[in-house]
Design a binder for this molecule. Structure first.
Ligand code: PMP
Length: 427
């Protein structure tokens, strides 16, 4: 068995190219920390091949909702796999996709978001919204209206179009010239600089920007942006890839300011974090513009092989049922209060703390750079050190992110915060 583990580590270094990872460090024989090979999960915990247990402090890159190996979701996937794992949605349909679209629409007020386009992941949910927003203008006599507005610090995915909307230089600068025609603004007041008539849509991560380092928008910003969109005729695309499914305390972040977007992009937590699946929701007004005779060329020619994948849809339906059966949302306010209070008590007086940013069950703990840091990437160093205290997470720069599955208990919150506290003592 020891040989098998060593063999796996060796093969990983030889063949796997990991995302967002400097592979020189990863493959360095001196680096005995990587790869950490995970084998199983149970609730908020993950286990590696050596049997070590860790709290999943960032919900496996912001995806997991009800915990790992939840019996309802696991059973739904198994049951669906025994029936039909995949069939094309191009010209065909399947039961879980139909039921999922109905249930998603039912989460919003009647006659608002009534149409659901299913794709694969956060980036494709965004691409789909953007292409719909461009084609809508072509179909409704404003073909010149193809530009997008996005915000500095934004992150909407890594496919070329989605990346061109992003505003984080490390990730986006290299490919800035290869995507949509985008203007970036830092705040609402900047919108006035532009001629709204050139723009089809503005895109926003509502309430909190994730990859920017968990940066919380001022209260009322979202509602004001909706108002600006209504006045200027620009579509509002909300990217709830991270904030969707309870992360901020309500099912969707847009509910907090009673805003309904023209396009809503969902992914990550849609399947409870079990399988890749995304949804772009939109209105009947948008949908109807695409209706016509085949020769009118109004069809939305966009689609991926795995659009509407039955396994993913079965997992997503099961996740929505867990929300209902376990009353997940009603348990959140107390849990969120506890999470915030515990973090403030742990780090409020810590001289290493630069800023603590909180929104629902999301925390960005930004530390000052310490003289004790051994590398330029202190955050990464700290997250590696957290493993020895039983916590897995990933930093953004010097900000440690905590975004546990919603099923986390108060004892596990204590455990998670204490692990970060232990790490901060080393710096
Ligand atoms: N939008 C937001 C707000 C995200 O945080 C992410 C991923 N971190 C994406 C889009 C892209 O999603 P995916 O990685 O599933 O393509």
């Amino acid at each position: 068995m020891a040989d098998r583990k060593e063999q796996l580590r060796q093969w990983d270094r030889q063949h796997l190219w990991h995302p967002f990872t400097q592979m020189k460090d990863w493959c360095d024989p001196e680096n005995t920390d990587d790869p950490l090979i995970l084998q199983s999960g149970e609730g908020a915990y993950l286990f590696d091949i050596d049997g070590n247990r860790y709290l999943d402090g960032n919900s496996s890159i912001w995806t997991n909702i009800h915990g790992h190996n939840h019996p309802t979701i696991t059973a739904a996937i198994k049951e669906q796999a025994e029936q039909l794992a995949h069939c094309s949605a191009l010209g065909f349909s399947n039961e879980p996709a139909i039921e999922l679209s109905r249930e998603l629409v039912s989460l919003f007020p009647e006659d608002t978001l009534s149409r659901v386009f299913l794709s694969d992941d956060g980036s494709t949910a965004i691409e789909c919204a953007c292409k719909m927003a461009i084609q809508f203008r072509q179909l409704t006599g404003e073909p010149e209206r193809i530009k997008f507005l996005s915000f500095t610090g934004a992150y909407h995915g890594d496919t070329a179009g989605a990346a061109s909307l992003g505003g984080i230089s490390t990730f986006h600068e290299r490919f800035a010239s290869t995507g949509f025609d985008v203007e970036q603004v830092a705040e609402l007041a900047d919108l006035e600089r532009f001629d709204a008539g050139e723009f089809t849509a503005v895109i926003l991560e509502p309430l909190i920007q994730g990859a920017a380092g968990m940066r919380v928008w001022p209260g009322g910003m979202l509602a004001s942006l909706r108002q600006w969109c209504d006045e200027s005729g620009v579509f509002l695309i909300l990217d709830e890839v991270m904030t969707g499914f309870g992360r901020t305390g309500t099912m969707f972040a847009c509910e907090r300011e009673e805003v309904i977007p023209d396009f809503l992009c969902l992914a990550k937590g849609l399947t409870g974090g079990y399988l890749p699946l995304a949804a772009t929701l939109t209105t009947e007004r948008v949908f109807e513009a695409f209706l016509g005779e085949i020769e009118e060329q109004k069809t939305f020619y966009y689609g991926h092989s795995y659009c509407g994948n039955p396994l993913g849809c079965a997992a997503a339906l099961a996740s929505l049922h867990v929300f209902r059966d376990e009353q997940t949302l009603s348990g959140l306010p107390d849990k969120i209060d506890y999470f915030h209070a515990t973090l403030k008590a742990a780090f409020g007086q810590d001289p290493l703390l630069q800023e603590l940013r909180l929104c629902g069950l999301i925390a960005g703990i930004e530390f000052h750079r310490s003289e004790k840091a051994k590398t330029p990437t202190q955050g990464a160093e700290m997250c590696k050190a957290a493993r020895q205290f039983g916590l897995l997470t990933r930093p953004i720069g010097d900000t440690i992110v905590l975004m546990p599955p919603l099923c986390i208990t108060t004892d596990q919150i204590d455990e998670m915060v204490e692990a970060v506290r232990e790490v901060s003592r080393l710096y």
